[in-house]
Write a protein that binds this ligand. Structure first.
Ligand code: UT7
Length: 329
């Protein structure tokens, strides 16, 4: 029997227009452009401004563009998965709102919370639905309004994050392209190093949690850095070894964009030169679910059918993973 794979057949992203520069941050907290660039590689990030706008609005912009670009009717979409840690509200899922805002009526939808690895967890879930024959046209969205959970008086975190959304269309193919293999891992013992303390069932919102600034990202940067460098490099090297891929076989590495030093370490470990690594952290910062789509979108016209691409991520949870994609168009 011919194997059915899932292929990525389109991509579109949205970043809100307001740009928060390192210079502006210098006026908000005790930091400097020099420190931010040398420690992270980030120069600016997009921020969603304006009342009444949430993650689903950015996601909907990305999906509308994707449907138009791929000439796809919203009626034909049968599943929508949104990877996010900043849904518009605790429930319903952001994916439900995105479907509603884009006229997708024949799909079921749900959110996936795997922090910075969420988009890849969503891609592989969509892949399984397609491979099983259960779904034919799936939209995977990675969207985060990180500014909604960022404390702009905390210099350790406020320099890192930005807002954006990316949407991918996945469809079945019998060609030898698409999502070829993946490796994933999670380790809940990593939670103390990166989490949001309140707003969940453990510590519901109260005056106390607000006063203690517990509705913002909490991160022990150095500890997360150590895990991220090791895990992202390990898992990327592992997927190459498992599939007998050499550095010459790999056209592109698409790493989660959290810190340029983590990206460089991963590329070194894979033996991949820097010009084969998609890097746009300098202009977007860490947009959590949207980093990988933002890269693929900006590099889309350079990609060729059959290109071997390795996606790699590490995030809160801890969560990590790598996906081997053969580009399909
Ligand atoms: O995407 C999800 C996963 N997250 C990650 O992968 C993030 C991983 N971590 C990191 O990327 C890095 O740890 C950070 C960028 C967050 C921090 O960089 P670092 O090189 O680990 O800095 P550090 O936390 O060790 O801080 C070094 C110094 C400290 O001062 P002292 O104690 O040496 O006097 C900090 O207080 O830099 C200080 N510092 C700052 N200085 C200027 C921390 N933040 C800033 C800042 N501006 N924004």
């Amino acid at each position: 029997m011919t194997k059915i794979r899932a292929k990525i057949s389109g991509i579109h992203c949205y970043a809100p227009p307001y740009i928060l520069t390192n210079k502006e941050l210098e006026g908000m907290v005790d930091t400097s452009d020099e420190w931010i660039v040398s420690r992270t590689g980030i120069r600016e990030r997009h921020i969603q401004k304006g009342e009444g706008l949430g993650t689903s609005d950015m996601g909907a912009e990305a999906v509308k563009g994707l449907l138009e670009k791929t000439n796809t009717s919203p009626d034909d979409i049968d599943l929508v998965i949104c990877a996010t840690v900043t849904p518009d509200m605790m429930f319903p899922a952001a994916s439900n709102l995105i479907s509603h805002k884009t006229g997708i009526k024949n799909a079921f939808s749900f959110d996936m919370n795997a922090a910075c690895s969420g988009l890849m967890f969503a891609i592989i879930t969509a892949t399984r639905y397609i491979e099983s024959g259960a779904s034919k046209k799936v939209i995977v969205v990675g969207a985060d309004k990180m500014s909604s959970i960022t404390d702009y008086t905390n210099r350790e975190t406020c320099i890192l994050f930005g807002d954006a959304a990316g949407a991918l269309l996945l469809e079945p193919t019998t060609e030898d392209v698409g999502i070829m293999d993946s490796i994933f891992g999670t380790d809940g013992s990593g939670y103390p190093y990166l989490h949001m303390k309140a707003g969940g069932s453990l510590r519901p919102a109260s005056y106390e949690t607000i006063d203690a600034k517990e509705h913002f990202i909490f991160q022990e940067g150095q500890s997360v850095f150590k895990f991220a460098v090791t895990k992202m490099a390990d898992v990327s090297a592992e997927i190459m070894k498992k599939n007998n891929l050499t550095s010459e076989d790999v056209a592109w590495l698409v790493p989660h964009q959290a810190n340029l030093r983590i990206i460089d370490a991963t590329a070194r470990r894979m033996g991949i030169s820097k010009d084969q690594v998609m890097i746009n952290i300098q202009r977007y910062g860490n947009t959590t679910g949207a980093t990988i789509p933002l890269c693929l979108w900006e590099w889309e016209d350079k990609l060729k059918k059959g290109d071997n691409i390795i996606l790699a991520a590490f995030g809160g949870g801890f969560t990590w993973g790598s996906v081997w994609v053969k580009w399909a168009y």
